[in-house]
Design a protein around this ligand. Sequence first.
Ligand code: CP
Length: 359
Amino acid sequence: MKHLIDPTDLTKGEIDDIIALAEDIIAKPECYHDCLRYNKLATLFYEPSTRTRLSFTSAMMELGGNVLGFSDAKNSSVAKGETVADTVRVVENFADIIAMRHNLEGAPFIASTVAGVPIINAGDGSHAHPTQTLTDLLTIKRELGHIDNITIGFCGDLKFGRTVHSLIKALSRYEGVKVVLIAPDELRLPDYIKHDVCEKMNVDYREVKTIESVISELDVLYMTRVQKERFLEEEEFDRVKDSFVLDCEKLASAKKNMAILHPLPRVNEIKPEVDADPRAAYFRQVGNGKYVRMALIYSLLKWKNDPSHVMPEHPDFFEDGELQCHNSKCICNHEPAPRLFRHTPGGHIRCAYCDSFIK
Ligand code: CP
């Protein structure tokens, strides 16, 4: 069975098939209106969401299925101390597929180790957000006509921005993609993405300090919000919160067909004056999220009993009771979980749940 916990759980071919299916749904929605009648999606959201939860809900409804779940774990038995693993063992009795968002990194991964139905990671802490990645890829394809051979600038909070981590992982498998990282020192991309993804996959990447110094080169500018909820110190957040603000003046030297993406919500990193620019694709991006989630739910349920669509092997995962993950936001430090780790291409050891450096 196939789950979607990390973008690399899908082969590039599977991602391209999901994007092609989403485009077919956009072209011929009437062909898909009833194809998941009597199927049920559970949305288990332990953390706030507007786009992801509602687009999952809308997607399942458009496919003719039904939706159940919670949008506030405080109103579920989680408040009585039920673990993620037990919650999933319960909910799989009521639903054919589960989408989970959690503030703790690795929570959907734990769910996938015990679940008898497909689990979709709808965002886990600062770690990963693979369905936003599918949304972003479909948006790039629809805005530019192709995903290969683009130069994409990621701007803002590249440390905590899970959408950035997942999109770079996915783009590393496309041809000729160049990545420019635009962030203050405090919010630079985590080393594991630079070393284990960009360097391993030979992605051409560089780090710069200003939008102005690179905007004329970009085919895509991917803006992000500084994630206040991930900071341990409020003063640190205050220092970096207004690091980058996109306005019409900065856009003057950008390509005429550059696409401006943002996973949203925005706070003040894109001025409202930019919304009227035809290159502002972020609200079209939201709409694409529904179609790509329709394609994903449809595909995972179709693949559920197909032995050719299984999770990729992780030969580098190993269990070691002596090693300890020190990330306080990792699920492995909050509920019983096998002590799983992986070796990196550079010879280090990282936590299998949250990718934190171990040694
Ligand atoms: N892009 C995104 O994940 O938005 P929500 O937090 O509103 O779901």
